[in-house]
Design a protein around this ligand. Structure first.
Ligand code: SF4
Length: 292
């Protein structure tokens, strides 16, 4: 890999020489946590949990990120591709419902190599849990290896995307990524126990003071993918605890019940089905402990 172009940042870092890219990592793979997780959407977490592997670093870097310690500071354990494969297989052996790869965009090529090797041994679906800020060309490396895509669709307006993630092209990039994800996995399918087996679940985090942007995100999603073939996860867990003092004023409070209900109404009006969150989801207590 010379001059990394894996993600839409296309920053060209010479990662093989351990030059650190905009995603905060260089040559090595760092993981921050590998453990069953019980707070994903119900048909993903089920009763035995989702086998999450959190990758350190992030190519999007939202200013309100709950996981800054791993996304920006890239705190984690350095693992080889072989070790990553063993970790994934060990996690699968604990009885989790799926293998859930969280924020692996900046390692896509290496994760794809690992999956090619371990996929025949995995009896559970592979979930790709991402920011939605991904290149279709890079996502194609995962074709046939990922069963469930779990991307965010965060922003509609370029101004909001610039202010929160320094990514004014977010909407266009995410729309192209969503199309590629859906092309690969098709309509949502469940197994005989009601657990998700295949498909795309799109997450949208409702932000304070951004009702119009949320409505535009949902309308764009409805025009991009067949509403009845995907699931929408409308998230209410935004907490200002992680936004810096310098963040725009609208990010310095929680989402109101009115704002969340307006988002919900819009989703229903457009015909989406999926998942909602209760008011108590907006708590720092839901942030996993990355030291365990
Ligand atoms: S994955 Fe990282 S190094 Fe590669 S283009 Fe994106 S930000 Fe740059």
């Amino acid at each position: 890999m010379s001059g990394c172009m894996l993600c839409p940042r296309k920053c060209g870092a010479r990662r093989e020489e351990n030059e650190i890219g905009m995603c905060h990592v260089g040559a090595d793979i760092f993981i921050s946590r590998a453990a069953p997780h019980h707070f994903e959407e119900p048909p993903i977490s089920g009763t035995r949990g989702s086998g999450t592997v959190f990758f350190a670093g992030c190519s999007l870097g939202c200013i309100f990120c709950q996981n800054k310690e791993i996304s920006c500071d890239a705190v984690g354990k350095c693992v080889s591709e072989e070790e990553l494969g063993e970790i994934c297989l060990s996690l699968a052996a604990t009885g989790v419902h799926n293998l859930n790869l969280v924020t692996g965009t900046h390692y896509t090529d290496r994760i794809a190599r690992v999956l090619q090797r371990i996929k025949p041994k995995l009896k559970i679906p592979v979930v790709w849990n991402s920011s939605g800020y991904e290149r279709p060309e890079t996502l194609r490396l995962l074709e046939g290896l990922v069963d469930i895509y779990l991307p965010d669709f965060k922003y509609f307006s370029a101004e909001l995307a610039k202010a929160c993630s320094n990514a004014q092209d977010y909407k266009e990039v995410a729309v192209a990524a969503l199309r590629e994800m859906y092309r690969q996995v098709g309509a949502v399918r469940y197994d005989e126990n009601g657990m998700l087996r295949r498909g795309t679940v799109v997450r949208h985090l409702v932000l304070p003071g951004q009702r119009e942007d949320t409505a535009a995100v949902l309308e764009t999603l409805a025009k991009t993918l067949p509403v009845s073939n995907i699931l929408l996860s409308l998230m209410r867990q935004y907490t200002p605890d992680f936004a810096p003092q310098t963040a725009p004023k609208y990010l310095q409070r929680r989402v109101t019940t009115f704002e969340y209900e307006q988002a919900l109404l819009k989703a229903q009006e457009l015909g989406f089905t999926g998942f909602t969150q209760g008011k108590d989801a907006a708590s720092a207590a839901f942030t996993p402990d990355f030291h365990t």
